[in-house]
Ligand binder design. Structure first.
Ligand SMILES: *Cc1c(COP(=O)(O)O)cnc(C)c1O
Length: 405
């Protein structure tokens, strides 16, 4: 048996939606993007959602919209995909890395200790689909003493009057924290629609705008939309209408809009997310849980606790009492049985770029421990009961081979 790690979910509804787009005479940003944004609003309850062509470009856009630049600091967890910190570097600002908890999410105490008068944004990451402790994080940015040291250097920073919380929710569409959907737990939430994520547009992302009430959300949506289109006042769709040729360029925006052709894929998926795709992921996770619960050597990921419900993006199994080398050997053996597994994530301080910028993994012991014992199992709606059993047996055999015999 061969089991891929994360093949895209493509059914007839998705093919039909894409063909419909191709035959409609409009393939770039237009009605399908609007429809997808509406579905995101419906799913999350956020006031406005803006599609972009990746999580990464969405994050750069928001940092620029907020006026983050050289000299500014953005707090990120050391344990994430590098895009989190790269978006900060692309704006000329400094990512300040902090350690995570055993459940993989950013440690709020470490956030608090890292705040300086240069801190402009905190970017918590909802690893594997489990949301961060947003109650505590939102409390921190609203503390009087912390608001006092906040030094606004842009109009938007002035208006907010405190540190912005921007959730890296690349993994967490459909997850909840204290009954609050991912998308409305912080000021800004960005989902990724990359090919391996729970909902995909091949490449893409969406910005959920949930700013405090003194912001005019509809106006901020319009402004951010202009940011996606070179700072241009009219999109190609409006310009294509008769008499609509005049436009202006207001500022040096980005070019990160999502095409309708991509939105069509996500539109067909999001319509069956809650009542189908998400439940199928849960089914897979629960079957893994039943199997590995019986293994004393396995540390299971949290799928649900008193505050949170995961959306089962990853299944990050950890092995107790294992070294990084032994974990790598287990992965080699699992691969030889035809099962594709992965590691989420190599902490950023272990990667060449960040080492060259003087980040040191020794400062992030929990991130390293999580990484060194982690194996991500395949998890997606198409997996059958037999395939999941095969994956379980492959992991158990690998453990036996590397750690016991
Ligand atoms: C996938 C991912 C991203 C980047 O998403 P793109 O849409 O590929 O830019 C960012 N953060 C995390 C945690 C991710 O897993």
């Amino acid at each position: 048996m061969t089991i891929p790690f994360s093949p895209p979910y493509v059914d007839q509804d998705i093919i039909d939606e894409v063909v419909d787009t191709l035959q409609s005479g409009w393939i770039t940003t237009g009605p399908k993007v609007k429809a997808l944004e509406k579905e995101v609003v419906k799913l999350t309850g956020c006031p406005e959602a803006l599609c972009v062509n990746s999580w990464t470009s969405g994050a750069i856009l928001i940092l620029k919209w907020f006026g983050v630049g050289p000299g500014d600091e953005v707090i990120v967890p050391a344990y994430t995909y590098s895009a989190t910190a790269l978006s900060v570097l692309h704006c000329g600002a400094t990512p300040v890395m902090v350690d995570v908890n055993v459940d993989f999410t950013i440690d709020p105490d470490k956030i608090k200790a890292a705040i300086t008068e240069r801190t402009k944004v905190i970017m918590p990451v909802d690893i594997a689909g489990l949301m961060c402790d947003y109650g505590t994080i939102n409390d921190i940015v609203n503390e009087v003493a912390i608001k006092k040291i906040f030094k606004p250097t842009s109009e938007k920073q002035q208006q907010l009057g405190r540190i912005l919380v921007l959730s890296d929710a690349a993994h967490s569409v459909g997850a909840s924290y204290k009954g609050i959907q991912s998308g409305v737990a912080t000021d800004i939430t960005i989902f990724s629609f990359h090919a391996v994520k729970n909902i995909t547009t091949a490449e893409g992302g969406v910005i959920c705008i949930n700013l405090p009430s003194d912001f005019d959300t509809a106006e901020e949506y319009k402004l951010m939309r202009i940011w996606t289109l070179n700072g241009q006042t009219k999109d190609a769709f409006s310009k294509s209408q008769s008499g609509g040729w005049k436009y202006d360029i207001l500022f040096a925006g980005l070019k990160v809009n999502m095409p309708d052709l991509c939105a069509a894929v996500g539109l067909a998926q999001i319509k069956k997310y809650d009542n189908n795709l998400l439940l199928e992921r849960e089914r897979v996770a629960k079957q893994y849980e039943l199997f590995f619960r019986q293994k004393a050597w396995a540390q299971l990921p949290i799928l649900e606790d008193q505050n949170r419900k995961s959306c089962y993006h990853l299944y990050p199994l950890r092995i107790n009492q294992i070294s990084e080398i032994q974990r790598d050997q287990m992965i080699d053996f699992i691969s030889s049985l035809g099962v594709a597994v992965n590691v989420h994530f190599i902490p950023m301080p272990m990667l060449t770029l960040f080492k060259s910028l003087d980040y040191q993994i020794s400062n992030y012991p929990v991130a390293f421990d999580n990484y060194s014992r982690e194996i991500s199992l395949p998890i997606y709606p198409q997996l059958t009961t037999e395939e999941i059993e095969y994956v379980c047996e492959a992991i158990a055999q690998a453990y036996q081979k590397i750690m016991v015999s």
